[in-house]
Design a protein around this ligand. Structure first.
Ligand code: ZN
Length: 276
């Protein structure tokens, strides 16, 4: 380690912003040693768990006190939130849902040429914490089809899964990309009594598996973790919203934004991970 510059002790993902800040503090304020060290993190190859466990040590000169910041705290403080800023198209009755699904289906690229449409995909349902209580049905299906269009299909007020929506989400040429997406489809299958073996086999893509293949890692990625690692942005995982009541109609603006942000991240991650 001797002779290594301070900057080189940091893995790539810490970001230059922070490095610069430390260097400025170090040289301008005092002669004490300012150290940011992330053990076990080999440069350029960092996994989610390394990030969580790695401690960055920062000795603040001005206070003569030793503060320990976790690497993820350092990264979080300088990271921007990922927010979807395009149109959020919210439907809550079967007729509107059907029209929208038919519209999306009409945009499908030419199947004859083997072209497929990749979309960010996720579902939400109210989490029940009571022991023994039955799990709620999927309340919302979210789909981001482009960087400026997110569809939220609110199933709770519809009571059922409209045929056109089923056709859309089961379509062979629409590749649904999400985190732990197979589990989402198994749940849809249980909740609505439909077979999902085929769709899981043919047209879903798990972003966690894709990331592990690309990054040569073996992580159990969360959407936020993968977004931080790959896109260098964070998701606003507000617990009140995440664990809120997704059955309530209409969804609040915060719920809509949260739901759209998730699938937007999925689409960006899919685009990013499939490059090259
Ligand atoms: Zn979600």
């Amino acid at each position: 380690m001797a002779g290594r510059s301070r900057k080189r002790l940091l893995p790539d993902w810490i970001g230059e912003k922070y490095t610069r800040k430390i260097e400025t503090e170090d040289t301008s304020k005092c002669s004490h040693e300012t150290r940011v060290q992330v053990p076990n993190a080999s440069a350029g190859q960092t996994t989610d768990s390394t990030r969580k466990t790695a401690k960055a040590q920062l000795i603040k000169c001005s206070m003569s006190e030793k503060h320990e910041l976790t690497a993820s705290e350092i990264i979080s403080s300088s990271m921007e939130f990922l927010h979807f800023k395009g149109s959020i198209i919210y439907s809550f009755n079967s007729a509107d849902c059907t029209l929208l699904c038919e519209d999306i289906l009409s945009m499908l690229p030419c199947a004859a040429h083997g072209e497929k449409m990749h979309v960010g995909f996720d579902v939400e349902w109210p989490v029940t914490f009571k022991k023994g209580s039955t799990e709620s049905k999927v309340a919302l299906i979210q789909m981001c089809i482009s960087t400026d269009k997110c569809y939220l299909f609110h199933l709770s007020p519809m009571q059922k899964l409209p045929c056109a929506l089923k056709t859309l989400i089961f379509h062979d040429n629409i590749i649904k990309c999400g985190i732990n997406i197979e589990a989402d489809f198994w749940k849809l299958g249980r909740d609505f009594g439909i077979s999902v073996v085929d769709v899981i086999h043919k047209s879903v893509k798990d972003l966690g598996k894709l990331a592990n293949a690309k990054l040569k890692s073996a992580e159990r990625w969360s959407l936020d973790g993968l977004t931080r690692n790959v896109l260098r942005k964070k998701l606003d995982k507000n617990t009140d919203i995440r664990c809120g009541n997704w059955d309530n109609y209409p969804l609040s603006e915060d719920q809509k934004q949260y739901a759209a942000d998730d699938v937007y991240a999925c689409l960006l991650l899919a685009n990013h991970l499939m490059q090259g």
